[in-house]
Design a protein around this ligand. Structure first.
Ligand SMILES: *Cc1c(COP(=O)(O)O)cnc(C)c1O
Length: 488
């Protein structure tokens, strides 16, 4: 199995090339040319998350030696996830929470970003490449820290992270600005996430800059979820959820399971689609958005319209207007790179596009969508805690709202698994407020009060940030990202 660009099916690349390169040269995203089939029984018999990951990743990373994959998954998903990798927690009758925040940075992005550095280093070795890889990351909060933690002091790699100056929580910012390592840098970018992301994308598309860097034996790469190495590891926990439902006797082999995913760049939910294509009995994939509901509208009407007000919400990792990975879904729905190129060009030049009826119909066979505002999400946090003694963060709360709305509207008897993407202690102020408590100004005080009020301990990785020296305090304009990429 090889990979090709969503905008040009002409040239094929290996998994290692797709990961080392990140984005294809004409701006498209790499997609697999076919979907290897997982044997469900084999997958569900794996004894640990690491073994399951070795099996699933082995299928979607052709060319990587299986012993390497097994060793990398063992190293990644063992200790660092506190024995809770892919942990599925029953919430009430048909509703489950797939807790994906027991990793080192307390967000689901650890699943991919803890293993991606290993895939990159091995990929370079497989391709016989010795250049310095310079990773540029635009982040709305969680990706930045997870990438920094994953790439810290990885040989042959340097990483720069760009976050919107007014788009992250205090905890998220501190997680990044206190990052250790000799190969890391962190910048605040004036504007919102899309400004930062657009700035980074421009640098990747700048061929002149690419040539200059190549002369210095430097190659740019990305850790954003447009990289295949980010998507592939996320396929695993859909299987892990299924396996646990089987173990708990909630389903029989082959029964369908619905998933509701709090969505921003469409990477996490797309991994669920890939799991389905690989043979996992995924019923419905429900896409949950906050007030930035561009995806809700698109999945309901086929009209993607980024010409709208950008809202800052209490779920900042979903504050996105241009959802990059949707391009991959569009390709899989129509299997026509020219169509996809056309839509992406319309998006770039006019800010919107409309897909054809056939494409929309295919999307709606699999996906549902819903959105909710901050107020409803806050009510959900409170209701979840009171009714189910379950504490969740604002991103997860958005998904719980949408999941329950979906359940009320349909008669699906299938279990509904909500992907819980961040620890509530990453957003202690908003969570405390949702629980009806007064919110202290300082986020660490809020963390302590949240722990005291709920009797749930704060993760050590977050509580210990307090008082750590900040290493990075530079604020830049989006246009300056290019200079930074150039200087190294
Ligand atoms: C990144 C993130 C999301 C959105 O995931 P996408 O793959 O971008 O759709 C949701 N919740 C949290 C907490 C995140 O960090």
């Amino acid at each position: 199995m090889q990979f090709f660009s969503t905008r040009n099916a002409g040239s094929r690349v290996s998994a290692a090339q797709a990961i080392v390169q990140g984005l294809s040269s004409e701006g498209g995203l790499f997609v697999p040319e076919s979907f290897p089939q997982a044997d469900l029984k084999t997958a569900c018999e794996k004894a640990s998350y690491a073994e399951l990951a070795a099996y699933v990743l082995g299928l979607v990373l052709p060319g990587y030696p299986q012993e390497f994959v097994a060793e990398a998954t063992e190293k990644t998903y063992g200790e660092a996830f506190q024995g809770k990798a892919g942990y599925l927690r029953p919430v009430n009758k048909d509703l489950y929470s797939l807790e994906l925040w027991h990793g080192p940075t307390c967000a689901f992005k650890d699943y991919a970003l803890q293993i991606m550095p290993k895939l990159l280093v091995k990929g370079k070795e497989l391709l016989g490449r010795s250049e310095l890889t310079y990773i540029l990351v635009a982040t709305s909060g969680d990706t930045g820290k997870a990438a920094l933690a994953g790439y810290q002091d990885v040989p042959g790699v340097k990483i720069a992270v760009f976050y919107p100056s007014h788009g992250t929580s205090q905890v998220q910012r501190l997680q990044m600005t206190t990052q250790q390592g000799d190969n890391v840098a962190v910048y605040a970018v004036k504007g919102n996430f899309d400004d930062a992301q657009t700035g980074v994308k421009k640098v990747f598309a700048d061929q002149e800059l690419g040539r200059q860097l190549a002369e210095q034996n430097v190659c740019l790469s990305s850790a954003n979820s447009i990289n295949w190495g980010r998507l592939a590891p996320q396929i695993v926990y859909y299987f892990a959820a299924y396996r646990q439902l089987l173990e708990q006797g909630r389903i029989q082999m082959g029964d369908a399971v619905d998933f509701c995913v709090p969505t921003g760049n469409f990477g996490d939910i797309l991994a669920g689609y890939y799991a389905k294509r690989m043979g996992l009995p995924v019923g419905r994939l429900v896409c949950a958005s906050n007030r930035n509901n561009v995806l809700t509208e698109f999945l309901k009407t086929g009209h993607y319209d980024a010409r709208r007000t950008f809202y800052r919400t209490t779920s900042p990792s979903m504050d996105i207007l241009v959802s990059s990975n949707l391009e991959r879904l569009l390709y899989h729905m129509c299997e026509d790179t020219e169509k996809v190129s056309g839509w992406m060009e319309e998006l770039r030049t006019q800010g919107h596009y409309q897909v054809d009826a056939q494409c929309l119909e295919k999307i709606q066979e699999i996906f549902s969508a819903g959105c909710t505002d901050d107020e409803q999400a806050a009510e959900e946090i409170s209701a979840m805690f009171q009714d189910n003694q379950y504490l969740c963060d604002p991103h997860t709360a958005v998904a719980f709202c949408v999941a329950q709305e979906y359940k009320n509207e349909t008669s699906s008897g299938a279990p509904m698994v909500v992907l819980s993407t961040a620890s509530p202690f990453k957003f202690p102020g908003d969570v405390l407020k949702a629980l009806g408590q007064l919110v202290p100004e300082d986020e660490f005080e809020a963390m302590r009060q949240l722990a005291a009020h709920t009797n749930v301990p704060a993760p050590q990785a977050l509580a210990s940030l307090q008082g750590q020296p900040e290493r990075f305090d530079r604020e830049i304009e989006p246009e300056q990202i290019r200079e930074i990429a150039k200087i190294l």
